[in-house]
Design a protein. Structure first.
Length: 133
């Protein structure tokens, strides 16, 4: 989204999107039991949950929030997404007038047969009649 904010696409399909990277990084800082000050001092922190916190990237994210998207957006969101809160999704949907589909009891990573079936059905519905590559 950052690379093509002015691109006019027919539509955008977002599956389990990260819609507020700054908030996700703040959450990860808390999960790692460190402070922003510690991250600033150390610059890079490897977490016990397999992610790397990077001060320079965090600053980039803070300076470059998503502010413009011209294409219609359809979002498939899982109700048990542990990376993007429902509040974040609802705020984004209101801001960009998106169409939201929620899979109850789904997870951030669509990977089970049931989740993949919902994903495939959602993609087919949103691309019905469209020529895809």
């Amino acid at each position: 989204m950052q690379a093509y904010p002015d691109e006019q696409l027919t539509r955008s399909l977002f599956v389990s999107p990260i819609l507020d990277m700054e908030q996700l990084i703040k959450d990860m800082i808390q999960w790692a039991l460190v402070t922003e000050k510690e991250l600033e001092e150390r610059k890079i922190i490897l977490t016990n949950f397999g992610e790397t916190l990077d001060w320079d990237y965090y600053q980039y994210v803070k300076r470059n929030p998503m502010s413009n998207w011209k294409s219609p957006i359809q979002i498939l969101y899982a109700s048990r997404d542990n990376l993007t809160s429902r509040r974040t999704v609802d705020d984004f949907v209101a801001r960009f007038q998106c169409e939201l589909t929620v899979m109850e009891d789904g997870e951030h990573w669509f990977h089970t047969p049931e989740q993949l079936a919902v994903l495939n059905k959602w993609i087919q519905k949103n691309l019905k009649g469209e020529r895809t590559i």
